[in-house]
Design a protein around this ligand. Structure first.
Ligand code: CUA
Length: 332
């Protein structure tokens, strides 16, 4: 029985350890200089706390196995050197090392190694992320495109409550606070897609407030910028043209902007910008893949996928839904 329990814990530990390396939300292995500093600190903490923990467990086991009948004369044995050394000096030294290491790491990862050339505004909403490129007049959502190998400055704000912006493979967490702008930075060593997540409880759908950071080589990133500066494509088919009218009639345009199609003076920010919706990887802040089937399900009943989401369900006739999907899929 005890042997079984022992191996269960060992296996459990192994599975948890594997999770550290494989899960997209793991900060191990780091993929950027900010996360690398934090990961180094993580390992210092791991060893500085792991070794004493194992030593104490082994020592306790040793005493347990060697236990004898209590001898009243030996119950109170004061070994001053052991108590002062092991109980005061050793913990003090370990804590001092941990404190200086964490303060040093905090200073090192606070700023990038060079001045960022690009600034992106990220605004937390219940329960999605608005992403703006102020120098390029681009607005998108739940997907932050950056050039790989370069630091990028982020200015973080909130439209409602406190959220926390976190891309574990690229850097630590930073809160988005109503009425305040926090400055932060991220950098990805290599091209790739890095999962991000809201890390501060912000309401019922906090757990599904995800996003992606997509890092590309400079040239591809420039192409992405050029593509996304364009206003929305005109509907290419008759069905898509009808879908554009459905978009207005069903009230989608009250919350969602389509640059070039919706009223530019209305200033909607209640929902994500749809100008290039079809280019994005996900729907509902990384909740669903961005394909026709998921989009249809989301429009009809977003609460089935994300209970408590701010978007209302929209009842549409099958023909209208088909046309609307044609229109939205043309927003590339
Ligand atoms: Cu936003 Cu949690």
């Amino acid at each position: 029985m005890r042997v079984a329990a022992f191996w269960t814990w060992v296996l459990l530990g192994c599975f948890m350890g594997m999770g550290c390396a494989q899960a997209p939300l793991s900060m191990l292995p780091p993929q950027g200089p900010g996360a690398a500093g934090i990961a180094d600190l993580w390992w210092v903490l791991f060893w500085a706390t792991g070794i004493p923990a194992v030593a104490v467990i082994l020592f306790t086991l040793f005493l347990f196995l060697r236990r004898r009948r209590p001898d009243p004369d030996r119950l109170v044995v004061g070994d001053d050197a052991f108590i002062i050394g092991g109980g005061i000096l050793l913990p003090a030294a370990v804590i001092a090392i941990l404190l200086t290491t964490s303060v040093r790491t905090g200073g090192e990862v606070a700023h990038p190694s060079r001045e960022p050339a690009l600034t992106i505004d990220v605004i937390g909403h219940q329960f999605w992320w608005e992403v703006r490129y102020p120098a390029h007049q681009i607005t998108t959502a739940n997907e932050i495109h950056v050039p790989a190998g370069e630091p990028v400055r982020l200015r973080l704000a909130s439209a409602d409550v406190i959220h926390s912006f976190w891309v574990p493979r690229l850097h630590g967490k930073i809160d988005t606070v109503p009425g305040k702008v926090n400055t932060f930075w991220i950098e990805a060593d290599r091209p790739g897609a890095y999962r991000g997540q809201c890390a501060e409880f912000c309401g019922v759908q906090h757990a599904l407030m995800g996003f992606w950071v997509v890092a590309s080589p400079r040239a591809s990133f420039e192409a992405w910028l050029a593509d996304h500066r364009r206003p929305a494509a005109e509907p290419a088919t008759e069905a898509a043209r009808r879908g554009r009218a459905v978009f207005e009639d069903a009230g989608c345009s009250v919350c969602h902007v389509v640059q070039g199609h919706t009223d530019p003076t209305a200033g909607q920010t209640a929902g994500p910008d749809f100008t290039h919706l079809a280019r994005r990887r996900t729907l509902g802040a990384a909740r669903l893949p961005n394909d026709r089937e998921a989009l249809a399900g989301w429009i009809q009943d977003p609460h089935a996928f994300k209970p408590g989401v701010r978007m209302p369900a929209t009842a549409l006739a099958p023909g209208d839904l088909h046309d609307l999907l044609d229109y939205l899929e043309g927003l590339r």
